[in-house]
Design a protein around this ligand. Structure first.
Ligand code: 7RM
Length: 658
């Protein structure tokens, strides 16, 4: 077996790394007995367990029942009223954290010496004031409880402020990753029926400016839904303002009060929508509600990152993805720590930027993606070695399986062998982490996300739902509801049922392949559906296909993922051109750019091949398995007996380019 991304070598599976003794000494959970007791309790009686945890949170009205479960619909903390912004801010201030730093932000631009031009610190008290000011501003602009507010901002403090302001007034936010293009914005705006969008003139990225406002303008040209565009000034690039629609953030907040009573929201009030990719071209609005999500993200943050009030915690994700929602904003703030936000790219101005930031701000807990670790590994240890990383106490990974070689590099070069690594498995749909080590308790094995969190009933099963034996490959399912679970796909109950609750009878289907070893450790083996993870970013093959066929020269396209040393997976596209045209030399580049423009730069195919026809079954279904084999190995060895016309495979093999 190889040691590539997501594939474990047999030797590494027996390796164990016990929690470092110095770390255990002051971990939240450090005694094996305490862990076993809590774990057993949580599995036997998850409701009793979560009910006790919830007592630490602020509810205006206490819940009547912890859980109401009518599969596939769960309601948590039924009958309670609460507010997520209150728990992130007011409650922290009541607990004495008012003057400590909530958000520590570093902008991307640097001076000639490589020092950042901007660093901002917002205390919990200041953050609350800013949130209230913006909440009042949203109200003034006509936003009411229940209205969906779209947010398309760079990684600046105002992004967190806007989210928390929405949460304060009960207006669900729908954050769109700043790397998405106009078409993606339109799809999300329309699905959410959102009339207000908050954006910026631009965002700094790798020394350039991402034209966020221009993308919004282009999107607004394709839909007449948007009534108000709030524009934050960030890059001072010239942006045209449309009279009657566009307003400046800094003008609107003038005179707004810095106090705003939090709405007392039902536990199941929609906190946010976050669009994610599935097996069709239409992104799904994953719906999360208030109390369960709040408690799940706060409690997993506390125990998995072992958060203490004096931590400076840095999650390098973009808030446009679920990792940023849960583990930059809601989870850490509810623990009263300092959450660090960095605006830009990991290699600007050079490949040591992350380590410079860790050094400069004495980061204690660091959470990133395997793809980033592999990229740093390739650049060499000299970059981290330039900086003092001795304040780091814990490291985390998320987004894709980590190969043992990268795990060990992270452990040794970044963590100096003193930091436990938490490999956290979860999804947009799960809201928070479900499988992960507890850093003071779990012996880690490089490449395994280890064991399910408290109250999580995970299993590896076959298609019929029968549990697999130890080390047998199968499908990962979750058999009981958990507080942070999605409550639905916005506006599409049928799809919610079909994609998550009917693949395997009676349980939540994750879409991931996995096996569970003799010690009960889970080893994730990647998606088994049409979702690909490129650098940990989730994309649907169908979305990339529809971006390709929107080009006038393309008749048909099929997209698959194939292993890549750095990005985990990369995109291969198989294309037939209109009217049997022969591909001209420039077409590959044209199509790559087209996808980047239509959807996102992260969706740009690495490999494009042409053929007169795509391999299909007699019933007309594209045989992706064959394409995946072709993209991965350059040949097809598997069963081709159902293929309609074998010559298509011969064709595709013949004209590999790049
Ligand atoms: C948090 C996030 C979800 C998919 C999931 C997996 C993969 C995430 C890990 C992982 C192996 C991990 N949400 N995944 N974490 N695979 N080990 N620790 O990434 O919705 O964008 O993607 O990501 O395939 O189903 S997501």
């Amino acid at each position: 077996m190889t040691d590539g991304a997501g594939i474990q070598s047999a030797a590494s599976e027996s390796e164990r790394y016990p929690p470092p003794a110095a770390f255990v000494a002051d971990a939240h959970i450090k005694s094996q007995e305490e862990y076993e007791r809590q774990h057993q309790r949580s599995i036997k009686d998850p409701e009793g367990f979560w009910g006790e945890i919830a007592a630490d949170f602020h509810f205006f009205r206490k819940w009547d029942r912890v859980l109401e479960w009518n599969r596939p619909f769960a309601k948590w903390f039924v009958g309670g009223t609460t507010n997520a912004s209150y728990n992130c801010l007011d409650l922290q201030i009541e607990r004495g954290r008012g003057d400590s730093t909530a958000i520590l932000w570093e902008g991307e631009p640097c001076d000639a010496a490589g020092n950042p031009k901007e660093i901002k610190r917002l205390s919990y008290r200041q953050l609350l004031q800013e949130v209230c000011v913006f909440a009042n501003t949203l109200k003034k602009l006509g936003v009411e409880k229940g209205d969906r507010v779209t947010i398309y901002l760079p990684m600046v403090p105002e992004l967190a402020i806007a989210m928390l302001a929405c949460a304060r007034i009960g207006a669900p936010h729908s954050v769109i990753f700043g790397g998405f293009s106009a078409q993606a914005i339109v799809d999300r705006l329309e699905d959410a029926r959102s009339r207000v969008i908050i954006t910026a003139d631009g965002g700094f990225r790798r020394g350039g400016i991402v034209p966020l406002k221009a993308n919004v303008d282009e999107a607004c040209g394709m839909t007449d839904l948007v009534k108000t565009v709030v524009v934050l000034r960030r890059c001072e690039n010239d942006v045209p303002m449309v009279a009657g629609r566009d307003v400046w953030w800094h003008d609107q907040v003038k005179g707004a009060s810095d106090t705003c009573e939090p709405e007392q929201l039902d536990s199941e009030h929609m906190l946010f929508l976050l669009y994610t990719s599935g097996s069709t071209g239409k992104p799904k609005g994953i719906l999360h509600t208030t109390a369960g999500y709040m408690i799940h993200t706060a409690y997993t943050s506390k125990l998995i990152f072992d958060l203490k009030p004096d931590d400076t915690y840095w999650c390098t994700a973009d808030i446009g993805w679920i990792t940023g929602h849960s583990y930059i904003v809601y989870g850490p703030l509810q623990n009263g720590v300092t959450t660090l936000m960095y605006e830009g790219a990991p290699n600007h101005p050079d490949w040591d930027r992350f380590w410079a930031i860790c050094d400069r701000h004495a980061v204690t807990k660091f959470y990133t993606a395997p793809t980033a670790i592999r990229a740093f590994m390739r650049q060499g240890a000299a970059y981290p070695e330039k900086h003092d990383l001795s304040k780091l106490k814990l490291l985390g990974t998320v987004g894709e399986p980590i190969n043992p070689a990268a795990w060990k590099w992270y452990h040794e070069i970044i963590g100096g062998r003193r930091c436990p690594i938490v490999d956290t498995w979860w999804q947009t749909e799960t809201g928070g982490i479900l499988i992960s080590p507890l850093p003071g308790i779990t012996d880690t094995k490089p490449g395994s996300a280890t064991r399910p969190f408290f109250g999580i009933d995970a299993a590896v099963v076959d298609k019929d739902g029968s549990e697999m034996g130890p080390n047998e490959n199968g499908l990962l399912v979750i058999r009981r509801p958990w507080p942070g679970m999605l409550r639905g796909i916005y506006g599409d109950e049928k799809r919610f049922h079909k994609e998550y609750w009917s693949e395997i009878e009676g349980v939540y289907f994750t879409g991931d392949g996995a096996r569970c070893d003799q010690d009960g450790y889970f080893w994730l083996t990647g998606r088994v559906d049409d979702v690909i993870k490129v650098s940990g970013h989730r994309l649907g093959t169908a979305e990339v296909e529809s971006a390709l066929v929107s080009h006038p020269k393309v008749a048909e396209a099929a997209v698959v993922g194939f292993p890549d040393e750095i990005t985990g997976e990369a995109i291969a596209a198989f294309v037939t051109l209109r009217g049997g045209e022969t591909p001209d030399p420039g077409i590959i580049d044209v199509l790559k750019k087209h996808v980047a423009k239509q959807l996102s730069a992260i969706a740009r195919p690495k490999d494009i091949r042409f053929s007169d026809a795509l391999p299909k079954t007699r019933s007309g279904k594209i045989m992706r398995r064959l394409l995946r084999e072709l993209a991965t190995k350059g040949r097809v060895e598997g069963d081709t007996s159902t293929l309609e016309d074998f010559s298509t495979i011969a064709n595709l093999r013949g004209n590999t380019e790049e």
